[in-house]
Design a protein around this ligand. Structure first.
Ligand code: MG
Ligand code: MG
Length: 628
């Protein structure tokens, strides 16, 4: 399988695009004519430049408004085609994409179009070139791959074939299984794009909202399974028009593209029955058992403040590392590592971000297999020197320089706590916190698709619908990712303005970061009482909130009173109830959340977020945090 991507999918100038595409691991590019024209260099130089980067030109595009024209427009269209053929030969590519005509004077008629393509095929064959016909979803006469195939079939020329594009087929709601009856050797090229389901004009939707397979709502896997069933053996290429990507960093977008394409083709192979030739073996998505640990990089007063917060939350200082400045804090199945090292990764993370979550440990069935999959999808491994008696725990770089470690039982990695830490005997301080319910990562809105693709291609996780969280100073978009059994949940919060609580945290921390950790209890009221006894100070919630709560939900007066007394927030969905208790913000806007889910409540308390955020902001303003 040859991987390819259209130059239009990536931001930057032509050289930046090519460098990013080559670095991400693609085999080839579709050269978009506009990217060539904007570049200052002869076609031969551009072709040589592309090949010098180890890439081949899989396709030249687009050639528009060709078929069905009356004379003299028809003759002019053939003249235009000959000039494109000249250019293709200089560049060094043999395939041109002809998209179905939107010309106001184009006439309909399958035979007329077929005759035009037969003649174009003759002219292409004289130069050893090939012509591919693509049905644009908004083409005037041909806007369905079945009609384009009929034109190609009747053109009956070996140098004329079909080009399929998942967006044009799936965007119009055409059953992709209709592709299965097309002979694979008559399909010259396949373009892939996903898109979020938005009800809007097809052309506008296509030009602005396409995204990488797996990032949207279209069944790109089903489309590609149908294509592979035909015996198609040509390039699989991404063609993504997206406003956000145009403003993104070339390397990040190219890496996302490669990750999405390999994950997609791996899914196609797994779902079978058609094979995907030349795709290397890739371990399956990892099933996550939960968060094994969260590690903070911190120092000095901020470290003291964090440990005081952990103490009031009922955590026990349960271990000290045999060689490094690490302390382990535990409660239930929750482990928090406080790292005060002055060298190594955590130290650099602290230097860059101040107190921050620098590392997340994920419990998986096969740690080495998880890293192998991540690497096949383009992630970089992460390695730090291990001292005597320390375990070599497999790890990768996540996005934005973050680090993920993988812990399994099978290779003994879950023994790390007894192997690397000396046990500290302390009194039992348990406040009923059992496990990590979710981690909330804050990022700029533009990074959300990258992160959700990263998690959903590596782990067995699904996406919940995006929800809007209203901050008094702007909107924050929130996307939850969850393992099917709920053992691992992450919320991605995308901020567009620095005036929001999330945006302000982001401005201080220079990148996507864990802003809050939600800890689950089985009894919120017992936990709340235990925490109060330990000196925990909850986030004060306004009286008005409880007055409104009484109006919104049918709650017994004593229940309402217990919520109000404990500063506990409440929500319901069709399945059950949700209770939330927040810590006060610390270290530039991080906080802890304590939750109880009853009866299968599936959300994250989004309706409460505006009141929680307002309360946090009141407190931060009083205290003069954050600094900016
Ligand atoms: Mg296309
Ligand atoms: Mg939360």
């Amino acid at each position: 399988m040859k991987t390819s991507i259209a130059t239009v999918s990536i931001s930057g100038n032509l050289v930046e695009k090519l460098e990013a595409i080559a670095a991400a691991g693609f085999d080839g590019i579709e050269i978009f004519e506009q990217d060539f024209i904007a570049h200052d260099g002869s076609p031969r130089e551009v072709g040589d430049l592309i090949r010098s980067m180890g890439l081949e030109i899989t396709l030249f595009q687009p050639f528009r408004d060709f078929e069905g024209l009356p004379d003299p427009l028809r003759a002019k269209a053939f003249d235009r085609a000959e000039r494109k053929f000249d250019l293709m030969q200089e560049l060094g590519t043999d395939l041109v994409l002809v998209c179905s005509s939107c010309h106001p004077q184009a006439l309909g008629g399958v035979d007329r179009a077929a005759a035009d393509f037969h003649e174009l095929g003759e002219r292409a064959a004289r130069r050893g070139l090939r012509v591919g016909f693509e049905a644009l979803a908004w083409g005037h006469h041909v806007n369905d791959h079945r009609d384009a195939w009929e034109v190609v079939r009747r053109a009956d020329h070996p140098n004329v074939g079909l080009i399929l594009d998942s967006f044009h087929t799936l965007g119009r709601g055409i059953d992709p299984d209709t592709i299965r009856r097309i002979p694979g050797d008559r399909i010259f090229f396949v373009q892939l794009a996903d898109a979020p389901r938005i009800d809007m004009d097809l052309l506008y939707w296509s030009r602005h909202f396409r995204n990488m397979p797996g990032e949207g709502d279209l069944d790109v896997t089903g489309f590609m399974r149908a294509v592979m069933a035909t015996g198609y053996a040509g390039p699989v290429s991404l063609e993504i028009f997206n406003d956000q990507f145009r403003g993104g960093l070339p390397r990040g977008i190219a890496r996302d593209g490669y990750r999405s394409l390999i994950a997609l083709m791996d899914d196609v192979r797994r779902e079978g029955p058609a094979s995907v030739p030349d795709l290397p073996d890739i371990p399956a998505r990892s099933r996550v058992g939960g968060v094994s640990f969260v590690e903070f990089a911190t120092r000095g007063d901020e470290a003291e403040a964090l440990e005081t917060m952990l103490t009031t939350l009922g955590f026990q200082h349960s271990g000290t590392h045999i060689a490094k400045a690490l302390t382990l804090w535990a409660q239930g199945d929750i482990r928090i590592v406080v790292n005060r090292e002055t060298t190594g990764f955590a130290s650099s993370a602290y230097a860059m971000h101040g107190t921050t979550v620098c590392d997340i440990g994920i419990a998986v069935e096969d740690a080495a297999g998880t890293v192998a999959r991540a690497r096949q999808l383009g992630a970089d491994p992460f390695q730090q020197p291990t001292g005597p008696g320390e375990l070599d725990i497999p790890a990768i770089r996540g996005l934005s320089g973050s680090v993920l470690h993988f812990i399994d039982e099978a290779s003994g990695l879950s023994d790390v706590w007894s192997v690397e830490f000396t046990r500290t005997e302390t009194e039992n301080t348990d406040a009923g916190l059992r496990r990590i319910d979710h981690l909330a990562q804050t990022m700029s809105y533009d990074e959300m698709l990258s992160w959700s693709l990263f998690y959903t291609t590596l782990f067995e996780m699904g996406k919940s619908p995006m929800v809007d969280v209203v901050d008094p100073d702007g909107l924050v978009r929130s996307q939850a990712l969850e393992a099917t059994d709920g053992a691992f949940r992450i919320t991605l919060n995308g901020a567009e303005t620095h005036r929001t609580m999330a945006g302000n945290f982001l401005a201080d921390s220079f990148g996507a970061s864990v802003q809050h950790i939600a800890l689950a209890t089985d009894d919120i009221f017992a936990t709340s009482a235990a925490l109060a006894a330990r000196g925990f100070k909850p986030l004060p919630i306004s009286e008005n909130y409880y007055a409104d709560l009484a109006a919104r939900f049918d709650l017994a007066p004593d229940m309402l009173e217990r919520l109000r007394e404990g500063n506990i927030l409440y929500d319901e969905d069709a399945q059950g109830a949700f209770f939330q208790l927040y810590s006060r913000p610390y270290a530039g806007g991080m906080f802890f959340e304590i939750v109880e889910r009853r009866g299968g409540y599936a959300g994250y308390g989004a309706p409460n977020a505006p009141f929680r955020i307002a309360a946090q902001k009141r407190l931060m303003r009083q205290k003069g945090i954050p600094k900016r």
